[in-house]
Design a protein around this ligand. Structure first.
Ligand code: DGT
Ligand code: CA
Ligand code: CA
Length: 575
């Protein structure tokens, strides 16, 4: 099996950690690996395939000559010698210490030299014995904080972006499906519910009794450690990423019941079990029963049918009212990826994208889109080489020329304009007036007070040229919390004046998230599901946004880019 993008990203993150503990002098080197890991996690192209086809890796954002060579090495040999060298130089537990907030490489060095601390357990012991506070620069308060952080770390096991484990999940699925005696293989759990992050993978297999599928599972080449192993279940930890995978093998006749149980969520299962009890039924992973009589269990439909409910799609199974809606025959008709007629947010080489306007257009057309809005950055965002009014004017001409040469697909003239700290926009109104679509976004001053940040966003929305607010909360999953915002006011305002809010499909953003998307549509806010693609491949990320929308009970009518260009144009002009 080829290495997955998620594994390559994990390797670069580990290398960055090790360099940091070693006290690497050059911060750019560390950042280069971290940035590469981030880009690779968000990539919708398989790096191993790109290497096999000898494609140019350096065309990818943030990947230079040296990183491209390292990626090839990992793909071709399954390992990275540099990482192994640094691993030998740095004791394993030492890098772990970096996960403790407030402990930088310098402090870790001191702990090691003066107290012989080599890992988290050493550190915990030293803190409990009061030895830390005797070190200069530590003190009793720091010692207490460190203890608290260690406890928090124990509770908060690492979660993975769903998107970054997708390749591995699919590889394991097809591997298991090929084993003798195996019928069905489904990756259940939070993965099947399309949660933005997953704690582990739960794979359910139906197989003939005494099949050797669980042996085959633990023998898979990506398995690093076997936590437990029997005929009907096994748990493993995977190489590079440390991702845990649980396997369950059940007979065909229990497939539906087991699938329902292991899909969860736990809250959904508990709510359904309570309903069952009230009706004198019993439900578990083997089936649904009245007394000793088994009423069903082969399919999920059969289980819901016992309650007089239609099948509930996994994205809704969070005990957020889906059971009541199903009973009342009021489940939403959820949006699907196919409902999306075009994409309203992407970048080209004019700013920080890696593909030209022509390439982006071709790729969007190949996906079956009817239109694609080109929304490069405005100049305030200097890190992305944002465009000033003249550059936007040139791009407008280029898009007009493209549209004049092509039929059956339309490029929309757009921009992702920066919202300045006082809520003004970064381009003059007369420039914005020449565009088909204006996407506005906050990229700076994340630390403003709630009042100021809210006013800033409301003021930007009040500009009648603005159609969409991109990634409205600014959160980056696992990296940066949302900025402080009175989101209810923002939703009410958006509904009132007809500004759409984005569901950004970048796996690290998914912003609005599922719950906010639902709150938005309940208030009558229109949404845009956008890829924010920075390369042709990233246009495919739209499916992650569509899945979040489904988790937020969103229907096609709530989403502006489920409309044809003719209808969308009317809507945009009515602002
Ligand atoms: P995760 O892995 O944290 O992203 O979330 P899940 O939902 O995949 O949870 P996980 O892996 O612990 O368990 C998979 C499914 O198994 C879960 O969604 C529902 C079911 N399950 C596990 N433990 C329990 C339990 O104690 N009670 C009930 N009712 N269901 C459970
Ligand atoms: Ca799970
Ligand atoms: Ca699990």
């Amino acid at each position: 099996m080829a290495v997955t993008n998620g594994e390559i990203a994990a390797i670069f993150d580990q290398l960055a950690d090790l360099l940091e503990v070693e006290g690497e002098e050059n911060p750019f080197r560390i950042r280069a690996y971290r940035n590469a890991a981030r880009v690779i996690r968000g990539l919708d192209r398989n790096l191993a395939q790109m290497v096999a086809k000898r494609e140019d890796l350096e065309a990818l954002p943030r990947i230079g000559h040296e990183l491209a060579a390292k990626i090839r090495e990992i793909v071709e040999t399954g390992r990275l010698r540099t990482l192994e060298r640094h691993r030998r130089a740095v004791p394993r537990g030492l890098a772990e210490l970096l996960r403790v907030p407030g402990l930088g490489p310098k402090r870790i060095q001191r702990l090691r030299e003066q107290l012989g601390i080599e890992n988290l357990r050493d550190l915990e012991k030293a803190a409990r014995e009061g030895r830390l506070q005797k070190l200069s620069g530590f003190g009793a308060k720091t010692e207490q904080n460190i203890l608290r952080e260690i406890e928090a770390l124990d509770r908060r096991t690492r979660r993975f972006l769903r998107a970054e484990v997708e390749e591995m999940a699919e590889a394991l699925r097809s591997y298991l499906a090929k084993q003798a005696g195996v019928d069905e293989v489904v990756v259940a759990g939070s993965y099947r519910r399309w949660k933005e992050t997953v704690g582990d993978l739960d794979i359910l297999v139906t197989a003939a009794p005494n099949s050797a599928v669980s042996d085959a599972f633990i023998a898979h080449e990506a398995v690093e450690r076997v936590l437990s192993h029997g005929d009907t279940r096994a748990s493993v930890v995977l190489r590079h990423t440390g991702l845990q995978v649980d396997l369950r093998v059940v007979p065909q006749q229990s497939f539906g019941a087991a699938l329902h149980y292991f899909t969860g969520s736990r809250a959904h299962n508990i709510a359904l079990r309570r309903m069952a009890r009230e009706q004198g039924l019993k439900i578990n992973e083997y089936g649904i029963f009245r007394g000793d009589r088994r009423l069903g269990g082969e399919t999920e439909e059969a289980i819901y049918r016992q309650f007089g409910m239609p099948w509930i799609t996994p994205e809704l199974r969070e005990d957020r009212g889906e059971l009541q809606a199903a009973l009342a025959g009021e489940l939403p008709e959820l949006i699907t990826l196919e409902d999306l007629k075009g994409d309203l947010h992407c970048h080209t080489t004019a700013t920080d994208g890696s593909a030209s306007l022509d390439e982006m257009a071709d790729a969007a057309r190949a996906l079956g889109h009817q239109y694609l809005a080109i929304t490069d950055h405005s100049h305030h965002l200097t890190v992305a080489h944002g465009q000033n009014a003249e550059a936007v004017a040139r791009q407008i001409e280029a898009i007009d020329a493209w549209n004049a040469r092509h039929r059956g697909f339309r490029l929309l003239k757009g921009v992702e304009v920066d919202i300045l700290d006082d809520g003004r926009l970064d381009l003059p109104d007369q420039t914005l007036a020449r565009l088909d679509i204006v996407v506005a976004a906050i990229h700076s001053e994340f630390g403003l007070s709630r009042t100021k940040q809210t006013q800033r966003l409301l003021r930007a929305m009040d500009n009648p040229k603005v159609h969409i607010i991109a990634h409205p909360t600014g959160r980056l999953i696992g990296r940066r919390p949302a900025y402080d915002l009175d989101i209810d006011r923002v939703l009410a305002h958006a509904a009132g004046i007809g500004v759409a809010l984005e569901i950004n499909s970048q796996p690290e953003r998914l912003d609005l998230n599922d719950e906010l998307a639902r709150a938005a549509i309940e208030q009558g806010v229109l949404l845009a599901i956008s890829s924010d693609a920075h390369s042709t491949a990233q246009l495919g990320l739209l499916r992650h946004g569509a899945a979040q929308a489904r988790r937020g009970w969103v229907e096609a009518a709530n989403v502006i880019n489920s409309r044809s260009w003719t209808r969308l144009r009317k809507l945009l002009r009515s602002r």
